[in-house]
Structure formats: C-alpha cells, structure tokens
Write a protein that binds this ligand. Structure first.
Ligand code: SF4
Length: 199
C-alpha cells in the first residue's frame, strides 16, 4: 500500500510485525481471526470503537474495556492483566516512532509491559513525516479533539484549534510515551489501515 510503504519498512526495521489493510472491516476480520480464547484488554480508543472490535472479540474471548463497563476502574485493572492488549496511537511517524499521550496512564502503561502481545491499530490520519511532527499531531490534534469529545473544561476543548499546554485540573494530557521499538519480551504487531480512524 503506497501510503504505508515507508513507515512499514521503518517499523519492520525496528522489529515490529506489520500488517496493512485497505479497510477497517478487513483489519477487524483479521484481528477477529487472530485473537481467540484469550483474555483481552482495550485501551481507550475511538478507532477500536469505530471498528466494532469489542463486540466482535467478546464472542470468543474475555474482553475488558473501561469504555463498556459499569465499573471502569475494575475494567482497567482486568485489561492490564489481560494476555492481549489493543490500543491505537495519537501519532505515528513515518520513521517508525509510535506516540501516545495519556491521562490515567493505563493505556500507555499497557503498551510497555505485562502482556503476551500488544496490537496497535492505526488509521492513515495518524501518520506524520517525522517524530517531531507526530508529536505535534498528538498534542495539537488528538489532544484537543479528545478533550472536546470528553467535554473537558480546557482551552483546547473550548476553542478546538490547538494545545495550550494548560494547567487545568481537567487536563487529559498527563504523560507521553514514545516507542522507538517493540518492548523486550512482548510481541507487538502494528495494524495499519488505509482509512481515517480515530482522533
Ligand atoms: S494539555 Fe490541556 S490544552 Fe493541551 S491538549 Fe491537553 S487538555 Fe488540551
């Protein structure tokens, strides 16, 4: 797939397993066949939600997702202990760095340690030429859009134009993780989808 040629090459050179799909439906079907009989945790993700993965995987796996639970904190802990973890990214550099900004920290922590395997499911809109531009995207596009989606009282949510590096108690950007490569001892697969997905 032309759009992913460079990033796919660079992700593979960094040690990731990479698969590309033309559509979210095809990517969801692949994940549905690859993950079976497992405990599965989800990080907060509009991408995963839009792909309907929670319902698909719940049919033949035990899935924990705080977005779908009456007890979000218990779901976060179950997700943290799961064999498999799924997340998206706030920014993906063509040079191969994967960036995520988090508020509670469960999502970024789970992409670093504790699972048999982690999947990153990333739409083409997350792609940026360099690590610096991917960070810019994570801070100035993903952050404000997520703050707005969550109804936060932050300047970015009100104006929706950029990050203000706010000191608001409602600030959702509390930590940044940049992955230079898959963490040791944990298989990591990157699923690239040639559609706009998530924020
Ligand atoms: S740091 Fe504050 S202003 Fe910047 S994106 Fe996050 S919540 Fe919005």
């Amino acid at each position: 797939m032309k759009i992913f040629e460079t990033v796919e090459q660079n992700l593979k050179a960094r040690g990731y397993c990479v698969r590309t799909f033309a559509t979210a439906e095809e990517a969801a079907a692949y994940l549905d066949s690859a993950i079976d009989g497992k405990t599965v945790g989800f990080g907060g993700s509009v991408t995963l939600d839009a792909m309907g993965l929670y319902n698909l995987l719940s049919r033949h796996n035990t899935v924990a997702w705080h977005w779908k639970s009456d007890d979000p904190n218990a779901a976060r802990k179950s997700a943290q202990a799961a064999q498999i973890y799924l997340a998206s990214a706030n920014g993906l550099a063509e040079t191969g760095e994967i960036l995520n900004i988090d508020g509670a920290g469960n999502r970024v922590a789970s992409t670093l340690f504790g699972h048999e395997k982690v999947y990153f499911v990333i739409g083409r809109n997350k792609l940026a030429p360099t690590c610096e531009e991917a960070l810019w995207r994570a801070r100035n596009i993903a952050g404000p859009q997520n703050a707005r989606r969550l109804g936060k009282k932050t300047p970015c949510a009100v104006k929706g134009d950029r990050c203000y590096d706010c000191k608001s108690p409602d600030r959702i950007c509390r930590g940044l993780v940049t992955l230079w490569g898959p963490m040791m001892g944990m298989e990591t697969e990157v699923i690239l989808v040639d559609q706009d997905l998530g924020m």
